[in-house]
Design a binder for this molecule. Structure first.
Ligand code: ADP
Ligand code: ASP
Ligand code: MG
Length: 408
């Protein structure tokens, strides 16, 4: 078999973890498999590098940030190669330039366009375990790019797709995908399997166990994807197209604290205003999430929307500069907010789900600021201080801790 494995930061955090993983990789190789292994930066390395950059220049260019952050992954693969070689295995480390992982030009948020397989195939044929840096690529200029935080998952799945691997195993610090973040909801339950679509929603709504785009790529190329622990032998979660399992009404709960809200008040109630606001945001490359427009009164109306915390400064600057043109009386913002979402393929056909969600918030005394729904998800905006309590409350409400409570 050709196996792609990916180990996250905590799985390779120190020498002891590195040797533990090295032994696991060697064992898989000795069992007769070809091994491609993608690694993240060790422990908190990426955060530490960001902190270091902020000390020097808080407005550093994205290009230089990528140049810096990509070094974390390069350390990991080199150290792992040394560990495997020390244990008598044969490994070679490669960075994105050496493999040929081509991406778009967008520094810090690049998309993979093409992966060259020749070098990896050659190394595999020579009997090497191939260790590849996660998170990074190279763009048309030959510069280093990164794929966004958590992007090593996407590197692994894209490599599995490009090399037609038999399986892509994501090793992390929890035993699989749970009904909610097991660090917050203590009785969250591990799922044996989850569909690509549900996983895509959970990941895009804040469940960071998988990078959102890794799930997109897995779905597109039908990559067999498993999430499991690097610390235990537990079976893990299969992410796949069709789940034989009964369709749960709600399969998971996700929270996202990387949210801020902007409210533009007292805008003249006339055609074109929403267009003007969101055109400004588009020009600043700010992606807008939940939008709420009030019904007008006295010829005026309010529009509120949410964006990522990192985008708040540039969004506010652009809106303030255009306040008069937008006919806005006041522009307010709040970054102590968070999104709480429930996801489930069985939700579409069951109108009672939203009411249960709101009831759980009412029982927990949590105020709802905004609501957004789709076929398979409902998202609420709440105060950031309430998010953990709200998450536990909704998880409890839908009894996600016990098996087979609900059927679609
Ligand atoms: P890695 O460094 O291995 O990539 P991450 O920290 O990126 O690991 O992702 C794993 C973390 O995701 C877990 O430690 C857990 O706290 C969090 N998480 C959030 N939601 C979920 C979920 N539904 N199931 C499992 N883990 C989750
Ligand atoms: N090291 C990068 C990060 O911390 C990529 C990853 O871990 O997937 O975001
Ligand atoms: Mg991760």
């Amino acid at each position: 078999m050709l196996i792609v494995q990916k180990y996250g930061g905590s799985s390779v955090a120190d020498a002891e973890r590195v040797f533990h993983v090295a032994k696991q990789i060697i064992a898989a190789k000795e069992a007769g498999n070809d091994m491609i292994v993608v690694l993240s930066a060790q422990g908190k390395t990426t955060d530490d590098l960001i902190a270091k950059a902020k000390e020097i220049n808080p407005n550093a260019s994205r290009r230089e940030m990528d140049m810096l952050l990509s070094t974390g992954e390069q350390q990991s693969v080199a150290l792992m190669a040394m560990a495997i070689n020390a244990l008598g295995g044969r490994a070679i480390s490669l960075n994105a330039a050496q493999v040929g992982i081509e991406t778009t030009n967008a520094y810090s948020d690049a998309r993979i366009r093409k992966i060259h397989s020749e070098r990896i195939v050659n190394e595999l044929e020579r009997g090497n375990i191939v260790l590849v840096t996660g998170f990074q690529g190279i763009n048309m200029l030959g510069d280093v790019t990164t794929l966004g935080r958590g992007g090593s998952d996407t590197s692994a799945v894209a490599l599995a797709a490009a090399l037609r691997a038999d399986i892509c195993e994501i090793y992390t610090d929890v035993e699989g995908v749970y009904t909610a973040d097991p660090r917050i909801v203590k009785d969250a339950r591990k799922l044996d399997e989850i569909s690509y679509d549900e996983m895509l929603e959970l990941a895009s709504l804040g469940a960071k166990v998988l990078h959102c785009r890794s799930v997109e790529v897995a779905k597109k190329y039908n990559v067999k994807l498993v999430v499991r622990s690097s610390m235990t032998d537990a079976k893990g979660t299969e992410v796949k197209e069709d789940c034989k399992m009964e369709r749960m009404l709600v399969s998971g709960v996700a929270a996202d604290k990387n949210v801020s809200r902007i409210s533009i008040m007292g805008i003249k109630d006339e055609p074109g205003k929403a267009f003007e606001i969101f055109d400004l945001m588009a020009k600043e490359k700010v992606s807008v999430d939940i939008i709420l427009q009030s019904t007008g009164h006295d010829g005026r109306q309010d529009i509120s929307f949410t964006i990522g915390k990192d985008d708040l400064d540039v969004a506010l600057k652009s809106l303030e500069e255009n306040k008069e043109r937008l006919t806005a009386r006041e522009i307010a913002h709040d970054d102590d907010v968070a999104k709480l979402s429930i996801v489930g393929a069985g939700m579409a056909s069951n109108p009672g789900v939203a009411a249960m969600f709101f009831e759980a918030m009412y029982d927990a005394g949590v105020n709802i600021q905004m609501i957004s729904t789709s076929e398979i998800k409902i998202t609420l905006l709440v105060a950031e201080k309430d998010i953990e309590e709200a998450m536990i409350a909704v998880h409890d409400k839908f009894k996600l801790a016990s098996v087979n409570m609900r059927k679609a």
